[in-house]
Design a protein around this ligand. Structure first.
Ligand SMILES: Cc1ncc(COP(=O)(O)O)c(C=O)c1O
Length: 401
């Protein structure tokens, strides 16, 4: 029998998606994989009904339907404060997941180095491996997830081709400050490096923190491939609509990568999503208020349960410190939590390059009923931990391996 490729053996299946399967198997409330249990805005649903009836049902233009790109350019020019030409600066992809893969394949050659902050969203390491690129990890130190500028400079001294910037950041909830971003920008300039941003949480940021688009910093639009999607902003993770925004010379190359990877994103959904992109600015304010309230509700439960955590500045995840419970592995703890407490979380170690296994990630993009049901279960964690057998605490996770 021929053997499958070397590259497929260099990474495992997604731990996040594995936790969703475990949650489904044992009926746990799924606070692992980050998707809302509520629907996109009503007007967008109506537009989807119309698109189902009236089309289009055949391929859209490969790099995005013209009306979708026009609406996206209008919206993003406003928020990013950059002039964007829908025909020059945008390629529409199947979610930010494809956008990041396209960005990395466009920017990097096999053997190139890519700086990735750790903890990181698990796709980036797989993206780098699929491109034949080699990650250089720079630690975001818990609990406040700051990086050491000296460590970052040393990473740049290894002459990376690109840096991946997830901002606001999953899983840490960090929102990079303007000063931090200016520091990264000056290194990117000095060492002539691309910056690949993943900004899917651009509209989920908690005051007083503010999102700064990296491409909007002086001189950075030429070397930045800004990736994002509609998944989180409009609660439509299943629609698989994302995009890369960059200078026209970069987009010319990115279009080819995208074309041969997927041909294009779903045509009727692009049509319907124009309605989402045309929502007034009040929509984004309401989204911010909605998530600010969800964060407050969920953190109150964590406080009442006596759990230690880092308050997220953006996105909808919270990293909870489980070190005091004495579990041997965070993966085993998450399996126990799903089976015995009925709440699914993601073991923090799946996001870290370093040996960190004392954190777990929970998310709060859920309806109030779901959050209070999960919160009520979490209130019992301490009691249940005390009852848990020594064997449970020292066992390695079965379901995730
Ligand atoms: C940082 C980050 N990037 C990308 C994605 C996936 O986005 P999309 O649905 O647009 O592919 C997620 C999903 O959780 C994410 O957290």
């Amino acid at each position: 029998m021929p053997k499958t490729s070397e590259r497929t053996r260099k990474f495992g299946e997604s731990v996040i998606r594995g936790m969703t399967r475990l949650a489904n198997e044992c009926g746990a409330i799924n606070l692992s994989q980050g998707f809302p249990d509520f629907d996109p805005p009503e007007a967008v649903l109506r537009a989807a009904e119309r698109a189902a009836r009236e089309g289009p049902h055949q391929y859209a233009v490969t790099w995005g339907a013209p009306n979708f790109r026009a609406a996206l350019a209008r919206k993003q020019s406003r928020f990013m404060q950059l002039p964007l030409d829908p025909d020059e600066n945008i390629v529409v992809t199947c979610g930010s997941t494809e956008a990041m893969m396209v960005a990395m394949m466009t920017a990097c050659n096999p053997g190139d180095r890519v700086v990735i902050f750790s903890p990181f969203y698990e796709n980036y390491a797989a993206d780098a491996i699929l491109c034949g690129a080699e990650p250089i990890h720079v630690t975001l130190h818990p609990p406040d997830f700051r990086f050491d500028p000296g460590e970052l400079r040393r990473a740049f001294e290894q002459r990376p081709q690109a840096l991946v910037l997830c901002n606001p950041s999953n899983p840490s909830g960090k929102v990079f400050t303007r000063d931090e971003l200016l520091g990264i920008a000056s290194l990117a300039e000095e060492f002539d490096t691309f910056v690949l941003t993943d900004e899917v949480y651009e509209h989920i940021v908690y005051a007083p923190h503010e999102h700064t688009y990296f491409a909007s910093l002086p001189g950075m639009s030429e070397r930045t491939l800004s990736c994002s999607s509609l998944s989180k902003t409009y609660s439509m993770t299943g629609w698989r609509l994302g995009y890369v925004i960059a200078s026209s010379s970069i987009i010319n190359e990115a279009r080819k990568v995208h074309d041969f990877l997927t041909v294009g994103a779903a045509a009727p959904l692009q049509q319907a999503a124009v309605t989402a992109l045309e929502l007034p600015d009040s929509y984004y304010k309401e989204l911010q208020a909605l998530y600010t309230e969800k964060r407050a509700t969920f953190l109150q439960y964590l406080d009442a349960a006596g759990l230690k955590y880092t308050e997220p500045e953006g996105a909808y995840y919270v990293m909870v410190d489980i070190s005091e419970f004495g579990w041997k592995s965070d993966a085993a703890f998450c399996e126990w939590l799903a089976r015995e407490v009925g709440v699914a979380a993601v073991p923090g170690s799946s996001f870290f390059h370093e040996q960190v296994n004392r954190l777990i990630r929970l998310h709060f993009a859920k309806r109030s009923e779901t959050l209070s049901a999960a919160g009520d279960r979490l209130l019992k964690v301490r009691n249940k931990v005390e009852q848990a057998s020594y064997a449970a605490r020292s066992e390695a996770a079965k379901a995730l391996t």
